[in-house]
Design a protein around this ligand. Sequence first.
Ligand code: FES
Length: 128
Amino acid sequence: MSDEEINMEILLDHYRSPRNYGKIEKPSVELVEYNPVCGDAVQFTLKIENGILTDVKFIGRGCSVSQGAASMLTERVKGKSTEEVMNIGPQEILSNIGLNLGPSREKCALLSLNALQKSVRKYRDGEK
Ligand code: FES
């Protein structure tokens, strides 16, 4: 199996058995983000305590890349500080997925990062 095939298997496994799927009761913040091109969506609910993302869940509908990437992202950020979450760059997500995605599929892969970082911003704005 090539690296690309292994990475595809990992992504599909997240798509078929999403981790951290669902909604947190009484979240610190929740937010829905759409891909305007296709209408696919993810909804994130976060629990933030003392600047730490103590819990994160998502629900969504969409292609295997958007939903698989959302699941992978939740595993990556749980327990991290909001600062660390805001410092994740798109390239980190794309190299973590490790597939040769074209520009439109890259948007699918980055939908959940946008949603998550917008959620943190919304939470911070609410604190002011
Ligand atoms: Fe809609 Fe991928 S095709 S998010």
